[in-house]
Design a protein around this ligand. Structure first.
Ligand code: LMR
Length: 396
């Protein structure tokens, strides 16, 4: 039966990891997968995570099934982190949150949930969006279409075109927004632009699905949730997918959350029952370890402060890398304007070179980035930035 299979191409993002690891070049640079790296290129375990794991080891008493909702304290704390503890939707008991295997697990739960709400719903994603969004939703049988977003020529948002498209979207459809740190462009909506988007969402009546994979990597934990909080305050129904991979550095623990905001608590309970059904049919129940770490941190004022401080170190380093790359390119005689990189937010930007140049950077200079020229800014360091800038200057 397997003889009819055709091999699939390697994943455009994850496939780079294998190639990078096999590369023997002494100056190789990894700007591929979106993972935080410290100045020596290591992805560390946060100190607050180490403390929480020790507490967990000392206090855990059972490994019995956790159940499809996952951990109740984690779900509660994640809702508060995303919406803010005193948000009206939490006070009105309109939110139901489940723990999921990573942010991708949250998106898949959302996809199957949407399919049960409206089998014909179209999911609208920004052009461009995270490379896995389209495949993930299509795998759940959902039609995916795009709305204009990034202006590659001017390195800005196509905001007017985006609004014009949103103004035509049907009330039975779903529109996916990135809460912050837009992946792959690094181009975020300003607070004023979010206000406009919220207004259109209410007017058109479609359901917003917000993907928040980088809370705390843009301007701060609360600042990055501006759109989520404004949207939740204004709409009747909404879906939020969160990830703890990046902001807690828990990539391999696979922990995230999917929250449904419904018009009232009765509807929220029905929505939760449907989510639990779809979860049971996909993976039965989520892993417990990552949730236990996060709830230990968020549930302790001291550990939460420590986490916020460690998150700020990561955020500041990435922002510093942005400026460092722009300066180093200029220092290496590149006269093209790369200042947009310093203005963008989060883990990624498009370098703006063409696919042939991306290929040369990889083959001749061992500089790895996604084919779209998306670079993971965290992979830059004081040690590699000069080599990186010289390599980019050479291909330009
Ligand atoms: C990325 O975009 O690089 C990350 O979200 C990792 C992934 O799974 O693609």
């Amino acid at each position: 039966m397997f003889n009819s299979l055709t091999a699939m191409p390697a994943d455009p993002i994850l496939g780079l990891l294998t190639q990078y690891r096999a590369d023997k070049h002494p100056n190789k640079v990894d700007l591929g997968v979106g993972v935080y790296k410290d100045p020596v290129g290591h992805t560390p375990i946060l100190d607050c995570v180490k403390v929480a794991e020790k507490i967990r080891l000392d206090t855990e008493t059972t490994k019995v099934y956790i159940g499809p909702t996952g951990s109740a304290p984690f779900n509660q704390l994640m809702g508060e982190l995303a919406f803010g503890a005193s948000h009206s939707v939490l006070l009105a008991d309109r939110v139901r949150t489940v723990s999921t295997p990573g942010g991708t697990g949250a998106l898949r739960v959302a996809a199957d949930f949407i399919k049960r709400c409206n089998p014909n719903a179209v999911l609208w994603v920004s052009d461009p969006t995270w490379a896995n969004h389209t495949g993930l939703f299509e795998a759940a049988g959902i039609t995916v279409k795009t709305y204009p977003y990034y202006d590659y020529d001017n390195k800005t948002l196509k905001f007017d075109q985006m609004l014009a498209k949103l103004n035509t979207i049907d009330k039975d459809d779903v529109v996916l927004f990135h809460a912050c740190c837009h992946n792959p462009s690094g181009m975020d909506l300003s607070t004023d632009q979010w206000d406009e988007v919220v207004k259109v969402t209410v007017k058109q009546g479609f359901t917003p699905l917000i993907d928040m994979a980088y809370q705390g990597f843009g301007d701060g934990v609360d600042e990055d949730a501006y759109g989520v909080r404004q949207m939740a305050a204004a709409v009747e129904s909404m879906i939020l997918c969160s990830s703890c991979s990046k902001n807690f550095g828990l990539y391999r623990e696979r922990i995230g959350a999917c929250s449904i905001v419904a018009k009232d608590s009765t509807t929220a309970n029905v929505a939760l029952s449907v989510m639990l059904y779809v979860i049971r049919c996909i993976y039965s129940m989520p892993p417990a370890h990552g949730a236990a770490i996060v709830e230990t941190i968020l549930g302790s004022p001291a550990l939460k402060q420590q986490w916020l401080a460690e998150l700020k170190v990561m955020r500041d380093r990435i922002n510093g890398n942005r400026t460092m790359l722009v300066e180093q390119l200029a220092a290496n005689g590149v006269d093209r304007d790369f200042s947009f990189i310093a203005r963008q937010k989060g883990m990624f930007s498009f370098l703006g070179v063409n696919p042939e140049q991306v290929a040369i950077l990889k083959q001749q200079y061992s500089v790895y980035m996604v084919g779209s020229s998306r670079i993971s800014i965290a992979g830059i360091s004081q040690t590699n930035v000069d080599y990186l800038a010289k390599s980019i200057a050479a291909v330009l």
